[in-house]
Design a protein around this ligand. Sequence first.
Ligand code: HEM
Length: 509
Amino acid sequence: MCCNSWNSARIATELTAPPRQTKPAATTPVRTAADPTALPTPPGPRSPALWQTQRFIRDPLRFLDDCSARYGGCVQIHLLGFGPTFWVTNPAAIHAVYASDDLLPMREAANLVVPIFGSRSITSLDGPAHLHRRRQFLPSFSGSVLEDYAVLTRRSTREEIAEWREGAVVGLHDALYRITLDVVIRLLLGAELERERRRRVADLTLAMMSRLGLLALGERVRRDLGPVSPWGRFVRIRQQLDTILYEEIAKRRAAPGDDLLSRLIEFDDENGDRLDDTAIRDEMMTILGAGSETTATAVAWTIDFLLRDPQLNEAVLSEARAGRSKLADTVVKEAMRLRSPVISSGRVAARDLEISGYSVPRGTRVWVPINVIHRDPAVHRDPERFDPSRYDDPNLTAYSWLSFGGGVRRCAGAGFAIRSTRELLQELLLSCELTLVRARPERPRARGAIVIPGAGVPVRWTPRSDQAAANGAPNDATGRFRAAGEGAGSPDAVRSITRTNASTTSGSN
Ligand code: HEM
């Protein structure tokens, strides 16, 4: 105990004291280090790794902000399981990190998630193999297919709401996670996949993803000591999910369906060879993992901000009723600026490097802390203020908003994510009267790579009285409020998802 207090005091002091002189000015932000020993190591907290890790988990935004304010644009932080890590907030260096795919590839950074996503996932590929896979992926997450995904998102949202007890308190973050998982499962395996099977895939995916923290502890905990040991449990959950995924792959190989899995089966690698079952399973797992909690978290934070501003909430609702979405999109963007769901873009130094004049030994994890950049007063005026109008400022640069990362690794599902967050937000507001249960704004907490709202955004809800009429009303321009039986699940809509996928051969990000 006494030890803890001492360490807390020490950490508090080192993070609030005036910045030490940080050196050196960069000439070329990222390059191979001719003589790494001649370069300084980046400044950073000197407290034990355990303490730095605890602060990071408890409030990642505050810890990273404090470090950045104290130590400048390049900081070294010690995190358990990762060793010394290098964090860069200097804009020139960020630009160079995103542009230096050869010196700072992602493959090793993705090692952490290999037990879940597998080693054949897009996240584990680099160079030409990665670019080839991306070119195959992007058409499935951009362009006209998004219209069909939008219908699917609204349908899954309405089905989730139908299960809420009127007047009850709902943990919105969890509920949104159930919705976004349901959406990606239907995209992958078909909108009409039986509910029980969808639930099973969702439960197993949630169980896997909730063990990201275990993966961060590294190889030494990866020992199967039976079904009740942490790793043994993880391995058994993975086996059960894999069994379902491989069954679905076999079914689609025998008879292609109207879903994303049938598209994945058509993918080839950079040599023109079709993907085998393992590679397809890995991509399915990547989409399940990367495409659900991220989107749910973005909407959960948006609701927490929006419901604290009744006037803005009313404006977003009126806009949704009018079948438009400009304000909704900006509100989500602003919530993602203040609470970017993914903590950072991660890379690993492929060689001994010099970054902004500091030594970064080969194998060091290099991270771009998205939330710190988003709240940098040098980048955004009055950065702590929730202000969707800030995007009218023509002087904002591409590096002022990085929620989807950057360079050739920029989120492959960004187009889908933007559309999905909009549909989710509007459907929720149109269907329910939501009231926050907590007076205080949510506090950010790290869960795996995601910044989640610590209390889960509990809300009290009642159905909107005008909703019943709206459900039967004619579709507006976006197809909102289709009558029961017409949504993405209808044979026509499902066929249209596949038709558009198949006819779209290129896309950009
Ligand atoms: C609001 C929701 C989302 C956020 C904030 C988000 C954020 C990110 C970030 C920060 C990265 C890493 C970029 C980098 O390292 O520079 C990433 C990668 C990726 N995301 Fe998303 N994402 C979201 C939704 C989605 C969705 C819906 C999908 C697919 C269904 C998806 C699929 C992917 C994939 C496949 C990658 C790896 C790309 C590559 O390695 O080339 N994401 N995402």
